[in-house]
Design a protein around this ligand. Structure first.
Ligand SMILES: C[S@@+](CC[C@H](N)C(=O)[O-])C[C@H]1O[C@@H](n2cnc3c(N)ncnc32)[C@H](O)[C@@H]1O
Length: 547
């Protein structure tokens, strides 16, 4: 019995245009009957090259995706290096007096290293993909061009496992079935390979969202059989080692929330490392991870330069603290200047473990106070802003919460950054236990050398806004900017989603060289830089935002 590990080559005008073909590889599947399993090769291309005028068509910058018409993931097919939102962004910033917006394009296809896909259909004909626009009908996307190719390989193998083992995809209406979603993440961190080969040889972490409460459920045997099927065909002992690990997430809720609270590692390595922004980061499947690894890395490299030495940084919406830690590591001690403190604030308690693991590989010579708090940043926002001169916000698509915007506005209105003391209830007077709990860091590392700085007198001087929602970003950044603010919002990350998050590019407005010429570091970060930069990168995930 043979199975195709790689999706069979689909010969279409679209795919033949520019990118190299997949090489189908035969692997043995022991004891399973896969002959009736569907093959992606049977899909018919819907693309008609003749309908595209030669002048408007450039293979290198076109999506060339078979699923474009039906899938809601992408909304721009041509000129991916000139996303429509860039035009809009230019206009938006020009109206704010910023004309030197730079745009830098990252990978146009195969950039997505993390995907959450719904599993529907039947065991004979599983559908694994995204919802059709405005519906809950799943569109199968086996040849998605945005996905890292190994995500498609994993999906293809998963389909064969579903079919061979008679796994029942989830039925939303009835609440029945076994497999609801799959999250697939690719790590490109493999130091045994030359750097140039790491991306394409990324290893895949699969998380199967299983419709049962726990390991005691009847269907658990089937789940194990599916995991073993994947492992046998593409685990470390197979001809082609694709999988890094296989996890299960138990979820029985009838809501639209993808993940339940219970995660278990079934096979493979627990720790999933990536090297990004100059540091090693560990990302558990339960913690947030950026989808576009390369774009995020590039963003971090830019963002770091905006943080002056000697800063105290608060990273709100921090997830596993990747942004904060990478800033702390790269703004290290230099000529006596260093990052004084880093506080990360994150609502998802699952991110704690990833943060701790990343911290365990944090360069030992970097000495600053590091705190990670598991709480809602919108409760008591002034408490989180106090003591930091740099605020990093990286909110979900809906943008920054009103209470936090209000707090930023309040700070920006205060002369000399002096916020009324009454705004924050002090430690002794605060009676609410949940507020006190939130203020206490869940993870903390104190600096080895005592650092004296007047925490109470430090308030944010500037904000780095990392955004994955253009509409909410516009609203959010207009509100503080309208004010005669002392705050400078000067670096922004924005996902240039062609629709619901497909391709991500970079935009940056960079005054660095001008300021350097002036030789005035203070002005670079001071009240003068009223403008804002925008840097684009990966979005979160697509299904979540559509639900
Ligand atoms: C776009 S992600 C960014 C995560 C992180 N900065 C990174 O790059 O990996 C947004 C994060 O904000 C968290 N979050 C959402 N609402 C929050 C809130 N009110 N307070 C704190 N964190 C929140 C989410 O759990 C998620 O981890």
């Amino acid at each position: 019995m043979t199975l195709f590990l790689r999706p069979p080559l689909l010969v279409t005008a679209r795919l033949a245009l520019s990118h190299p073909p997949y090489r189908p590889q035969k692997v043995e599947a022991k004891g399973v009957l896969a002959s009736s399993c569907p093959s992606v090769a049977h899909q018919k291309p819907s693309f008609n090259l003749e309908s595209v005028s030669s002048s408007s068509f450039t293979a290198a910058t076109s999506l060339q995706c078979l699923h474009f018409q039906s899938c809601s993931g992408c909304s721009q097919e041509w000129d991916l290096d000139q996303p429509r939102v860039v035009t809009e962004a230019r206009k938006f910033f020009q109206e704010l007096g910023i004309s030197d917006l730079k745009f830098e394009s990252g990978m146009l296809v195969e950039w997505r290293c993390r995907a959450k896909l719904a599993v529907r259909g039947t065991s004979e004909r599983p559908l694994i993909g995204l919802y059709e626009e405005g519906t809950h009908n799943v569109v199968d996307i086996p040849l998605c061009r945005a996905h890292h190719p190994n995500i498609n390989v994993a999906v293809n193998l998963l389909k064969q496992g579903i079919c061979a083992l008679n796994i029942q995809p989830y039925d939303e209406d009835l609440g029945t079935g076994e497999l609801r979603y799959v999250q697939i993440a690719v790590t490109t961190y493999n130091t045994s390979l030359p750097a140039a080969e790491r991306y394409q040889n990324g290893k895949v972490q699969v998380s199967l969202v299983w419709n049962s409460r726990n390991e005691q459920s009847e269907s658990y045997k089937k789940l194990n059989a599916l995991a073993e099927f994947l492992w046998r065909n593409a685990g470390p002992r197979s001809n082609s080692h694709l999988f890094h690990s296989i996890w299960v997430n138990f979820q029985t809720s009838s809501s639209n929330i993808i993940f339940g609270n219970r995660w278990r590692l079934l096979l493979g390595e627990r720790d999933f490392w990536e090297h990004i922004g100059g540091i090693d980061v560990c990302l558990d499947p339960s913690s947030f991870g950026q989808a576009n690894t390369q774009a995020f890395n590039s963003l971090l490299r830019k963002l770091q330069k905006y943080v002056p030495y000697g800063s105290s940084v608060v990273d709100l919406y921090a997830g596993a603290g990747v942004i904060g830690l990478s800033v702390a590591a790269t703004r290290k001690c230099r000529q006596g200047r260093r990052l004084l403190s880093l506080r990360c604030v994150e609502i998802n308690k699952e991110s704690k473990l990833s943060f701790e693991k990343s911290l365990s590989r944090f360069p030992k010579h970097i000495d600053c106070n590091v705190h990670w708090h598991n709480t809602d940043a919108s409760i008591e926002p002034l408490h989180w802003l106090k003591g930091s001169n740099v605020v990093i916000v990286d909110p979900p698509r809906k943008g920054v919460e009103q209470s936090l915007l209000d707090a930023l506005r309040e700070i920006s209105k205060c002369k000399d950054s002096k916020v009324p003391k009454s705004s924050i209830i002090n430690e002794k007077e605060e009676k609410r236990p949940w507020i006190l709990r939130a203020r206490k860091a869940t993870v903390h590392v104190e600096s080895k050398t005592s650092i004296n700085w007047a925490k109470d007198q430090i308030w944010p001087e500037f904000i780095i806004y990392v955004s994955c929602g253009w509409e909410s970003f516009k609203e959010d950044c207009l509100s503080p900017l309208k004010l005669p603010t002392e705050l400078s919002v000067f670096a922004v990350q924005q996902c240039l989603a062609f629709g619901k998050g497909s391709c991500f590019q970079f935009l940056s407005w960079d005054r660095e060289s001008r300021y350097r010429k002036e030789g005035n570091v203070r002005r670079r970060f001071g009240v003068e830089s009223q403008g804002m930069g925008i840097v684009a990168t990966a979005a979160t995930d697509r299904i979540c935002t559509e639900l």
